[in-house]
Unconditional design. Structure first.
Length: 161
C-alpha cells in the first residue's frame, strides 16, 4: 500500500471480495427496504474507505471479513442511535389506568424569563432530544448545552419562588 493507485486497487479488491457479504448485512439491517439498503451500503463503503489504513496488508480473508463486519456494524449502530429511536411496545394490561398529567404547559408557563435560545433548547429537551443530539442540531458543544440546561433550570426555580 505504498502508492496511491495501489491503495485504490487494494480497496477495490477488498470490496469486490466482500461485496455480497456487505450487501447481505445492509439488506438485513434495512429490513429489506431497498432505499434504506442503498443508503446503508453507501455509508458502509464510506466507513471502510475511511478506516482502510487500519486493515493490515497481510490480513487473511477471514480477518478481512471480520474487519468489514466490525466497521459495517459500527455504521448500523450509529445510524440506529441517531435516526431510529427504539420503542418497545407496551402490553395493554400494563398500561396505566389514566393518562399522566401533561407537565409541558406548566413548564412553558415557568419559561417566561428564558431567552429565545434557552426556549429553543427547552423545546428540544421536551421533545425528547438528548444533550448530544441537541448539540449536533444547533452546532454547539455538549458542555454548552449542559450549561444552558442548568441555566434554564435555575431560572425556572426562581420563577417557582
Amino acid at each position: 500500500m505504498a502508492t496511491t493507485n495501489n491503495r485504490y486497487d487494494d480497496f477495490d479488491r477488498l470490496v469486490q471480495r466482500h461485496r455480497s457479504y456487505i450487501r447481505r448485512l445492509c439488506w438485513w439491517h434495512a429490513s429489506g427496504r431497498s432505499e434504506d439498503c442503498a443508503d446503508l451500503m453507501q455509508d458502509c463503503l464510506a466507513a471502510l474507505w475511511h478506516f482502510r489504513h487500519s486493515l493490515r496488508p497481510d490480513a487473511s480473508p477471514a480477518q478481512e471479513r471480520l474487519w468489514v463486519k466490525y466497521h459495517c456494524r459500527s455504521v448500523f449502530s450509529h445510524r440506529k442511535r441517531r435516526w431510529e429511536p427504539q420503542f418497545t411496545p407496551l402490553d395493554e394490561d400494563r398500561l396505566p389506568a389514566e393518562e399522566p398529567p401533561d407537565n409541558r404547559a406548566v413548564i412553558e408557563e415557568l419559561a417566561c424569563n428564558l431567552s429565545d435560545r434557552e426556549r429553543h433548547i427547552l423545546d428540544l429537551i421536551l421533545d425528547g432530544y438528548s444533550r448530544s443530539e441537541i448539540a449536533a442540531l444547533l452546532d454547539l458543544k455538549a458542555g454548552t448545552v449542559t450549561q444552558i440546561r442548568f441555566r434554564i433550570i435555575e431560572k425556572m426555580k426562581q420563577e417557582l419562588k
